[in-house]
Write a protein that binds this ligand. Structure first.
Ligand SMILES: CCCCCCCCCCCCCCCC(=O)SCCNC(=O)CCNC(=O)[C@H](O)C(C)(C)COP(=O)(O)OP(=O)(O)OC[C@H]1O[C@@H](n2cnc3c(N)ncnc32)[C@H](O)[C@@H]1OP(=O)(O)O
Length: 170
């Protein structure tokens, strides 16, 4: 299976925030953003693997900045690392200033997707080639984040999380 570049599956989704998607403070409802990020990440995972992909876990979400009604929101999804059947997908969320057009980072999140066959069993996927400094940084960190996620989910013994343990010994 041929390794792929991050840019080959990178996915950009731009959409408005409409009244039905806000909370009582007139900011975007957090669940709406989670759903948009899930869609963008799912498309990126599908583009990378060319397989059906399911969300296995949401590893991290930071709602750093409220997103007001009427905002133009761009969700950028990039695979940060692929393993055997799973992919870490990094999401950066930007809001665009209506006057200047300058984009400000509003949120970020990390999702894990797994490629599956017709019977729902995990299948092998292509490796990922990181190119930019940021892609390389996220690629390196992805293994310890995977181990943390597996430990939290009770799927890995903490003592087996070698990459994670190494972080505390630096
Ligand atoms: C071409 C462009 C147009 C495309 C056009 C179509 C676009 C289309 C877009 C769709 C965009 C919407 C996308 C929504 C996607 C849903 O809404 S999916 C619905 C929600 N999710 C689900 O229902 C998933 C339910 N869970 C499952 O099916 C199973 O638990 C899973 C995820 C397949 C894993 O199965 P399992 O038996 O645990 O398998 P296991 O071998 O233990 O683990 C498989 C891999 O997952 C990893 N893993 C498992 N759990 C975790 C965890 N908690 N943390 C981290 N890694 C984990 C394992 O480490 C392993 O990794 P690898 O070492 O193989 O890389």
């Amino acid at each position: 299976m041929e390794a792929k570049l991050v840019s080959e599956s990178a996915t950009l989704m731009t959409d408005l925030v409409l009244p039905g998607e806000t909370n009582p403070l007139n900011n975007m409802f957090g669940g709406e953003l989670l759903a948009r990020m899930d869609r963008a990440a799912g498309i990126a995972a599908r583009r990378h693997s060319r397989r059906v992909c399911v969300t296995a876990s949401v590893n991290h979400v930071a709602f750093n900045r409220p997103i007001p009604l009427g905002s133009v929101v761009t969700v950028e999804a990039k695979i940060s690392r692929s393993f055997n059947s799973s992919m870490e997908v990094y999401l950066d969320v930007w809001i665009e200033d209506r006057e200047s057009g300058i984009k400000k980072k509003a949120n970020e999140a990390i999702y894990t997707f797994v490629a599956v066959d017709d019977t729902g069993h995990p299948v092998a996927i292509p490796e990922l080639i990181p190119e930019t400094d940021l892609e390389k940084e996220r690629y390196i960190g992805a293994l310890r984040r995977k181990q943390l996620s597996l430990v939290i989910a009770g799927k890995m013994k903490p003592s087996d999380a070698t990459e994670l343990i190494a972080l505390f010994n630096e």
